[in-house]
Design a protein around this ligand. Structure first.
Ligand SMILES: [Zn+2]
Length: 158
């Protein structure tokens, strides 16, 4: 039996990415810098981006890592959608990250942040709504809230 080696996909030639928009996974070439989602037809950037100065954007959308260096000051009108985020400088705007968000000790984020995990250095300024680890539904919190509501009202006004 002759094996068609060249037809067998080799691990390392492709990577799997999850679309920022429709959330579906697909394999892409290892070296691709951007793709068009085959499910929702939106174009996706794969590359990592680094900001080292003031940048004002409507939105920043990439499946790669977004890094804001110490002197970086990123202002987005819409949102930052990214595969991961490292902040050493400042961000103003909404952040939605598919991967971990790392906030340095002197960093500042003004805006809502949604991410699976968040690590914050001491002294960082966070100003907004934080939804961390959203993938697991907060059933325990809901249960506690229900228990609190069913108990008799405390502090009778007398
Ligand atoms: Zn898509």
């Amino acid at each position: 039996m002759a094996a068609n080696d060249y037809n067998v996909p080799t691990p390392g030639e492709s990577q799997t990415v999850t679309c920022l928009y429709c959330g579906k996974s697909q394999a892409i070439g290892r070296k691709a810098m951007s793709i068009t989602c085959k499910f929702c037809n939106k174009s996706l950037k794969i590359e990592d981006v680094t900001y080292k100065q003031y940048e004002s954007r409507r939105s920043i959308e990439t499946l790669g890592m977004v890094t804001v260096e110490k002197k970086g000051n990123v202002v987005v009108v819409d949102r930052i959608l990214c595969g991961g985020l490292v902040v050493r400088g400042k961000i103003k705007g909404k952040v939605e990250s598919r991967g971990p968000v790392l906030v340095g000790p002197e960093a500042e984020i003004k805006g809502d942040v949604k991410a699976p995990t968040l690590a914050v250095g001491a002294g960082a300024i966070l100003d907004g709504n934080y939804k961390i680890g959203e993938l697991s539904p907060p059933s325990e919190t809901a249960h506690e809230a229900a228990a609190t509501t069913s108990s008799k009202p405390p502090e009778p006004q007398k």
